[in-house]
Design a binder for this molecule. Sequence first.
Ligand SMILES: [Zn+2]
Length: 239
Amino acid sequence: MKILRIIIILIVLILLLLGIIFFLRAGNLRLNASVSKFIPSDKEETATFSRRFPDSIVITIDLCPSSKPYNKELFDYLDTLSKKLGYPIPVAICPSGTWILKHADELAKIKSLDLDIAWVNHSYSHPVDRDFLNNPKINFKYEVEENLKIFKKYGLKPSKYFRFPGLRSNKKRLKELAEMGYIPLGANAWLAKGQKIKNGSIILVHGNGNELQGCLMLINYLKEHEQDLIDGKIKIVSI
Ligand SMILES: [Zn+2]
C-alpha cells in the first residue's frame, strides 16, 4: 500500500510538472504570435511596436556583401546565450545573395548554431549607388527573386519578410514588394549609427565583418542584461 501511495504521488507530481511546462510554452507561443502581428514595416509601425511591447526586443543581423570574414564573436555569443536561457533565441538574419555565394562555410556554421533563425531576403546584389534599391535602373523583382533562388539552393527557409538595403525604400518599391507577397522589415536601433537599444527596440547590426563596433554593442547589451533575460523581464522575440 505504501508503494502504491508513493507511485500515485509521483504520477501527480509528473502531471503537475507537465502542466507547468505546457503553460509556460503556451505563454511564450502566444507572445510570439501576438508580437508577429505587429512587426514593423515602416518607421511609424516600428515606433508603435516599441510602445506596445516595451519588454521585448527583436534582433536582426544583416549580411550585406563583404570581403571580410563574418563576426564570429557575435554568432558564438548568441549560441552561448541560447544555452544559458535554455532555448534557441529567435534571430532574424538577412543575407544578400552575393554574401551567401562568397561565405558558404560561414553560412553553414551559422545554420549549425543553437538559434531560432528567421531568414530574411536582403536582395541578391545589394545595390548601394544612387539610393540603394530606390535607384530606378535596378531590376527590383530580379533582386528579390534571384536571392530567393539562392536561399533555396542553400537550404534557407525564406520568411515573408524583406530587409531593404540601407533601410531605404520608396512608395514604388513598397508597392512592388507587397505585390511579391513580402513585408518590409524595419529597424529603429541601428547600433553603429548611434541609435540606442531601448525597451521594444528592433535592433540592427551587420554581422558581415564590417561593423565590429555595432556587434560589440549588442554583445555588451545582452551580457549586461543576461539576468533580466533569464528572469523574463526582457524577452527576445521572433518576427
Ligand atoms: Zn545590407
